[in-house]
Ligand binder design. Structure first.
Ligand code: SAM
Length: 280
């Protein structure tokens, strides 16, 4: 079976990298191994890979998984992937934009769905947000992303990077940092460092809230105005002052605190009290 390196495949087809598609291809086998091993893949698994590039990671996934379905946007890569991975009967290639695709159509009634990707930096936040908010049925998401975004995702209260993205991801998932990755591990080299993280979907969200939309609204407005106190931040919710005072009191949260100091459980308590007193 054909096991050419990333650089060999790029050379063989005279492939031209597109900056706008975030094309930084992996050339470091240790990173490849760490992604595949941490994704914990078996023949029972249905893998969705976003952005297969020339198929370096895809090939390793195909060796271990029951089936791999890869979604690639760049038309120039489609014939390359078809040719290079033609020996694998468990490979399916979808030529579409991962930001627009309906993942339910791909997942269908598959049980052990795991998503793996070396994500182009420009899609990282929208893809993660979509995959989580639309509640797709997958077990894990093992991704290589820009280091700063990884730090935001795994951050705890009172950290500079803690924000709405940390809460969104930690509401739905356990977060594990697998490793950092240097720009030297890619062709062409990106300007920033990367990180591999694994998100494992929880059976139930981390906090049980009465109104999920309100919970995320409270979170978003608290971080939109990071320097303001919670009291000033939640003014955008346009709730009568006395009701909001009562909600803070019931939640036992000091309104002079800033959003970045609140744990996910405290955000849950505050949004439930706002719901009980001000909205219901
Ligand atoms: N997986 C390969 C690797 O590790 O070497 C390539 C990773 S490269 C960082 C990102 C890949 O995502 C590229 O192949 C790029 O063409 C593809 N891509 C970019 N935007 C995409 C989108 N919206 N939907 C699907 N694929 C996309």
């Amino acid at each position: 079976m054909n096991d050419l390196s990333t650089a060999d495949v790029v050379k063989k087809y005279g492939f031209k990298f597109s900056k706008s598609l975030g094309q930084n291809f992996l050339i470091d086998n240790t990173v490849l191994d760490d992604i595949v091993n941490s994704a914990d893949i078996s023949k029972e698994d249905f893998i969705i890979e976003i952005g297969p590039g020339v198929g370096t990671l895809t090939r390793e996934l195909l060796k271990k998984a029951g089936k791999v379905c890869a979604i690639e946007l760049d038309s120039d890569l489609i014939p390359i992937l078809k040719e290079e991975l033609k020996d694998f009967k468990n490979f399916e290639l979808i030529h579409k934009d991962a930001l627009k695709i309906d993942f339910n159509k791909i997942i269908d009634d598959e049980k052990n769905v795991k998503i793996v990707a070396n994500l182009p930096y420009y899609v990282t936040t929208p893809i993660i947000t979509r995959l989580l908010n639309e509640n797709y049925n997958f077990k894990t998401l093992t991704i290589m992303i820009q280091k700063e975004v990884g730090e935001r995702i795994s951050s705890e209260p009172n950290c500079k990077q803690y924000g709405a993205l940390s809460i969104l991801v930690q509401y739905y998932c356990d977060v594990e940092v697998i490793r950092k990755v240097s720009p030297l591990s890619f062709i062409p080299r990106p300007k920033v460092e990367s990180i591999v993280i694994k998100l494992t979907k929880l059976d139930e969200p981390r906090v049980k809230v009465k109104d999920k939309k309100l919970f995320f609204k409270v979170v978003r407005c608290s971080f939109n105005m990071r320097r303001k106190t919670l009291w000033n931040a939640v003014k955008t919710l346009k709730v009568p002052k006395e009701d909001m005072e009562a909600a803070f009191k019931k939640a036992e949260i000091d309104e002079k605190r800033r959003g970045e100091t609140l744990s996910i459980e405290e955000f849950g308590r505050l949004s439930d009290c706002i719901y009980d007193i001000c909205i219901h």
